[in-house]
Design a protein around this ligand. Structure first.
Ligand code: AKG
Ligand code: FE2
Length: 309
């Protein structure tokens, strides 16, 4: 059997660190034309190898008004509720060890919803949006596979009930540029990839390049931000970069965002994909299941709050 071709030799690896987040047009995401799919996968490969982030622009079937309306109609009303109402569904109270393995289907763990009378239509609106973005995320797996020189169906049997956890985040204006006090400090995501909606016009997200410089990833009309998480980095022996990022709201206005974190089924082994190893190169990471990995990272995150490291 021929040795798999080492993927990085095919990607165009940049000679210097990135200074902008690449924008990729996804209007032909559902194209069945193999040349168009290859061209899209090549752009994804380039972004994942060199940056670990890209803007996913103009996805079919997901109008920019959908997430916009979710924030305007639902999220703003939810965050404006009295603190006691929000405390009742605090994640520290609802998260229980082991719940991540729940067979609930689309959600990992049990969802806890605010009282319908307090935010009418919240649950229905959020679920409609959630399912639309899950469809979008599932359509990315075959393209990541293609980018990695794997059959497009490589992830199919690994994403039969994938982890797809959505958060709705509210960042009150941050008075001072002090890391770790408000906002999210420097971190990497721990699933395969994240699809992030940022509510315009507030700027807050920054991505750290390999020179340590923070590059702005501002909200862009009609575009989601996609970033590679640690699971895909492990799987690809760091050929795909899981790049540190942070969000600091220094705008003086309220900021809202909605990340959706996509992982594989929790029993899937994260073992190095052969196309990601140069001849003679050894895998960097011990093999663990996706579930063990996420569980250990979640435990870390919720024991300590997220702060700059
Ligand atoms: O709100 C943002 O822009 C980023 C959120 C984020 O990085 C995260 O939740 O992991
Ligand atoms: Fe993140």
């Amino acid at each position: 059997m021929p040795l798999p071709q080492f993927l990085v030799s095919k990607a165009s690896v940049a000679s210097s660190s990135f200074d902008a987040i690449p924008v990729i047009d996804f209007s032909n995401l559902y194209s069945t034309d193999s040349a168009e799919r290859r061209a899209l996968a090549d752009k994804i490969l380039d972004a994942c190898v060199n940056v670990g982030f890209f803007y996913l622009k103009d996805p079919p079937g997901l109008p920019a008004s959908l997430p916009y309306d979710i924030i305007e109609k639902h999220a703003k009303r939810f965050f404006a509720l009295p603190q006691a109402e929000k405390d009742a569904i605090d994640i520290h109270k609802s998260w229980e060890d082991g719940k991540y393995e729940s067979d609930a289907g689309e959600m990992a763990g049990t969802n806890v919803w605010p009282n319908e009378n307090m935010v009418p239509g919240f649950r229905e609106g959020i679920l409609e949006y959630y399912h639309a973005v899950v469809q979008l995320g599932l359509a990315l797996f075959p393209l990541f596979a293609l980018a990695l020189d794997l059959p497009e169906n490589f992830f199919d049997d690994k994403t039969t009930r994938p982890a797809a956890i959505m958060r709705i985040l509210h960042y009150p204006p941050q008075p001072e540029p002090v890391d770790g006090i408000l906002g999210i400090g420097r971190h990497t995501d721990y699933e395969c990839f994240t699809l992030l909606y940022q509510h315009p016009p507030v700027r807050a997200l920054q991505v750290q390049n390999t020179d340590g410089v923070w590059i702005d990833a501002d909200p862009m009309d009609g575009a989601f931000v996609v970033n590679i998480g640690d699971q895909l980095a492990r799987w690809t022996n760091d050929v795909f970069k899981s790049t540190p990022h942070r969000a600091r709201n220094l705008s003086g206005q309220e900021r809202y965002s909605m990340p959706l974190f996509f992982g594989t089924d929790y029993d899937v082994l994260l073992e190095t994909i052969p196309t990601c190893l140069a001849p003679g190169e050894k895998p960097k990471y011990p093999i663990v299941t996706a579930g063990e990995y996420v569980k250990s990272r979640l435990a870390e995150t919720y024991q300590h709050s997220r702060t700059d490291s």
